[in-house]
Ligand binder design. Structure first.
Ligand code: GRG
Length: 309
């Protein structure tokens, strides 16, 4: 926050914010809502497979961002919780499909065996499909105290973030780029703006849409999200090199092994960290005008570059 001294100097003094406490409390709220969201019924196997990956932990960053922006623009946690859960369902389905042998072929995720390793490829594909469809049903049926127009807007934004204009498109270019040593920085940015950035942006913007934010606020939040989305992926690439499997909860060093183009392969580790920090600074500048209310989003932006997994 800023204040002016009697000599006219502007001081920037960020009030203390207990980010770890905030994240813990929000994670607990989200876990509890997710726990209640999907009941196991006949045919049990598919519901168990959906729950296996959904309840396997994870930082719950997307739901937390959604809740935080909804509160920032005057809404409540209750208004945004169904959308927050849906975001985590969609994110989890993308992880299940990403781990399949036809995609990244991974054995571990969130510190546990991947879905297809436990349930088989057929059920893992269907568990992803089940989570994706249920996410949209869940938002549409469970959102309260929000007008149908806002709910519809959220559904449209989420569908766009997930489809060929978002995650799916990013994944396609990622698959096409594998083993290609001529991938440009522009292509790498395209992949990650779609594969990672689109859902993070939808998480931030949908929270605000639910609280009926102004167009100007949506634009500001959208730019904040685009910046943290890219910073998040740059750090993800760095962690793939510097962190252990225990820290990551998934196989480390996969990018090098697959000879993938990554931000460190363009810039090296130090420059990648610097670029991520710069994006975080720009993200924070976008929301500075919200004042103290933006402290959670400011702290989350810092956490993106400081995180260890
Ligand atoms: C969405 C229809 C549809 C299909 C999926 C497979 C695929 C298309 C897209 C891949 C999307 C993907 C896996 C992107 C990577 C995003 C990313 C950086 C994931 C890691 O997120 P964290 O660190 O994970 O937030 P946790 O486990 O903490 O939630």
């Amino acid at each position: 926050m800023t204040s002016t001294t009697d000599q006219g100097r502007v001081l920037t003094t960020a009030p203390a914010f207990d980010l770890l406490g905030y994240l813990k409390q929000r994670q607990t709220q989200v876990e509890s809502a997710l726990e209640k969201a999907i009941a196991v019924t006949y045919p049990e196997k598919i519901y168990e497979a959906m729950r296996y990956s959904l309840m396997a932990g994870g930082k719950r960053l997307r739901p937390i961002l959604c809740l935080a922006t909804c509160e920032l623009v005057g809404g409540t946690v209750d208004m945004a919780m169904p959308a927050a859960c849906a975001l985590e369902m969609i994110h989890t389905m993308s992880l299940i499909h990403d781990d399949l042998p036809a995609m990244d072929n991974d054995d571990y995720r969130r510190g546990k065996l991947t879905n297809h390793k436990v349930y088989g490829e057929d059920i893992a594909i269907l568990a992803g499909d089940g989570l994706l469809a249920y996410a949209f049903e869940f938002i549409s049926l469970q959102t309260r105290q929000v007008s149908p127009t806002q709910i519809l807007q959220v559904v449209v934004r989420l569908a766009k973030a997930v489809g060929a204009a978002g995650l799916v498109g990013g994944q396609v270019v990622d698959l096409e780029s594998e083993g290609n040593s001529d991938v440009t920085l522009e292509t790498l940015n395209f992949i990650h703006r779609h594969k990672t950035g689109a859902l993070l942006e939808a998480s931030v913007v949908c929270g605000a849409v639910l609280a009926n934010a102004s167009e100007a606020d949506l634009q500001r939040l959208s730019r904040y999200a685009q910046n943290i989305g890219l910073a998040f992926q740059i750090i993800d690439d760095v962690l793939d090199i510097t962190a252990t499997q225990e820290e990551l909860g998934k196989t480390a060093g996969k990018d090098l092994q697959a000879q993938k183009a990554t931000y460190p392969s363009f810039w090296g580790i130090e420059e990648s960290r610097r670029q991520a920090s710069q994006l975080v600074l720009e993200a924070k500048a976008e929301i500075a005008s919200f004042g103290e209310k933006a402290l959670p989003l400011m702290a989350i932006a810092d956490y993106i570059t400081a995180r260890k997994h």
